[in-house]
Ligand binder design. Structure first.
Ligand code: NAP
Ligand code: MG
Length: 481
């Protein structure tokens, strides 16, 4: 299957004629061949978006709302194809997870259509009797969207839906390893009636295509979700442009001695193992109070052993392969380092044998983890539950906050004072109380805390819309009207 990319309302190859293969992490087979976009392709898309940006900016808001709803309906119509692509391309289990992401993205577009209608702005009292001050939100122009491979439908659409709803044009460079599903989704946008040039898709390496989108003067704001390393390159290459950088996490979960364990452990297991742990807000470290340690760890081992590791399209599978070899190698490295420093493997611990690719990773439980181990210091991005034991709230806070990322945390406790002590003491942008780090809703502000490396800005519903629009202030002098 030879796929194409989408520029100015047309399906095209790269000007270079070069292509790359999409390989399924589940089977190792080539799923499709895609254009390997380059800087010239990116420039063509940026030019098309600039020609088209007034079309979307001047479209009545009610029509943009209808367009967003139609996109939601079209994505729903193609739900099964999107979910299948997602399972084949990304690796997540079709029934247990891919279908859910394909449903969620439908909701996200409908929700954007509703949120944009509530983007009220202020009328500000002037200090002069004859003046009136109004503020309006105006689209920024052309948005460069660059997205990762872990949630290849939902994450890019956090930018796309907010951008289109508020009247911006978009040029999108999806992650290379999930480009097939990006093509299917763009076809849905076309079918829903996206005006030519308003939305453009360039497949190909982020270090080339993404870099051009970031640095080119023809893009007016950047929406990037991905690693901290690339985020920091983008901050430099796009210096001066408005940007949202949604980067990595190393989320701690604290299970206090008074937690409802029947809720805390299954939820935390979801936080560790959903999407095979490839989630920015995954539960990356579990801090367990010494009084409940033994019981909690035993329950987590049962949770890990209950995961069914297998090919994404197979029935009953709840844990798919990792998306790429780099992620599997990082898991190998983190487990080896932890074991060498004294951690104990209580479940899993490595790649599964006898699978079609080497990217099938077992649900792993590590005990006796210490804060200085790599698994505790860095984002592991795999199916792993590493346990660190603590005895006081102060100690738990100190360990939790010894984290370069500062994105998200969770705490399980029945005591409201303890809930506040953690919520106010944890240095993260989000704290879930009595649910997993991964509990997320598309309209709530999501992002990291200042002074750490998890990014800039808040993504989610109207917060994204605020970032992708400029506030225009009108100062009206009535004396001269
Ligand atoms: P990544 O390596 O940073 O890649 C993200 C995207 O950036 C890909 O599309 C990639 O293209 C592109 N890219 C690579 N180099 C670039 C450059 N120099 N300029 C512009 N674009 C470039 O991240 P990933 O491995 O795909 O995703 C995993 C990371 O994303 C994790 O750290 C995770 O925590 C983070 N994440 C954060 C959030 C959040 O909301 N905070 C959500 C999800 C994931 P190629 O694929 O072609 O390399
Ligand atoms: Mg980690």
């Amino acid at each position: 299957m030879n796929l194409k990319m989408y520029i100015d309302g047309k399906w095209v190859d790269s000007v270079s004629g070069e292509t790359f293969d999409a390989i399924s992490p589940a089977t190792g087979e080539v799923v499709a061949t895609l254009p390997k976009g380059n800087r010239e392709d990116a420039k063509l898309a940026i030019a098309a978006a600039n020609r088209a940006k007034d079309t979307i900016a001047k479209m009545p808001i009610t029509d943009r709302v209808k367009l967003c709803h139609r996109i939601g309906e079209t994505l729903e119509k193609h739900h099964d194809e999107l979910a299948r692509n997602l399972a084949e391309d990304q690796g997540k289990p079709f029934t247990a997870e891919a279908k859910g992401e394909a449903e969620f993205v439908v909701h996200l577009w409908h929700r954007a259509a509703e949120d944009v209608l509530r983007m009220d702005t202020d009328v500000i009292v002037s200090e002069m009797p004859q003046k009136r001050i109004f503020t309006f939100r105006q689209p920024k122009g052309v948005i460069a969207a660059i997205s990762p491979w872990n949630f290849p439908l939902v994450i890019p659409c956090e930018y796309h839906a907010a951008a289109i709803a508020t009247g911006n044009a978009v040029v999108w460079n999806p992650a290379s390893t999930t480009s097939v599903v990006a093509v299917t989704m763009t076809r849905c946008f076309e079918e829903a009636g996206m005006p030519s040039g308003v939305f453009n898709l360039i497949t190909g390496p982020g270090s080339v295509v993404g870099d051009e989108l970031v640095a080119n003067e023809g893009t007016h704001a950047i929406g990037f979700t991905g690693s901290a390393e690339v985020g920091h390159i983008i901050a430099q290459r796009g210096a001066g442009k408005p940007m949202m950088l949604e980067l990595g996490g190393n989320g701690p979960t604290i299970i206090h001695h008074d937690a409802v364990l029947e809720k805390a452990i299954p939820s935390t297991a979801i936080g560790c193992f959903i999407n095979a742990g490839q989630v920015c807000c995954a539960t990356e470290r579990i801090l367990v109070h010494e009084k409940v340690h033994d019981q909690v760890v035993e329950m987590m081992v049962a949770e890990a052993n209950a995961r069914v590791l297998g090919a994404s399209m197979d029935n009953g599978v709840t844990l798919g392969p990792l998306n790429n070899e780099d992620t599997a190698q990082k898991m190998d490295e983190h487990i080896a380092d932890a074991v060498a420093k004294g951690a104990k493997v209580l479940a899993g611990g490595g790649r599964a044998e006898g699978k079609p690719t080497a990217q099938y990773y077992q649900a792993t439980v590590l005990d006796a983890v210490r804060p200085d181990m790599l698994v505790a210091q860095e984002e592991s991005f795999g199916p792993i539950a590493p346990f660190i034991t603590y005895s006081t709230i102060e100690e738990a806070l100190e360990i939790s906050n010894n984290d370069p990322m500062g994105l998200v945390a969770a705490v399980f406790t029945r005591d409201i004072k303890t809930a506040f002590a953690f919520t106010e003491g944890l240095q993260t942008g989000i704290v879930n109380v009595n649910d997993a780090t991964t509990h997320w809703e598309c309209h709530i502000p999501f992002g990291g805390v200042a002074g750490k490396k998890s990014g800039i800005g808040r993504i989610g519903g109207r917060y994204t819309m605020e970032m992708l629009t400029d506030l225009r202030t009108m100062i009206l002098d009535l004396d001269n009207c």
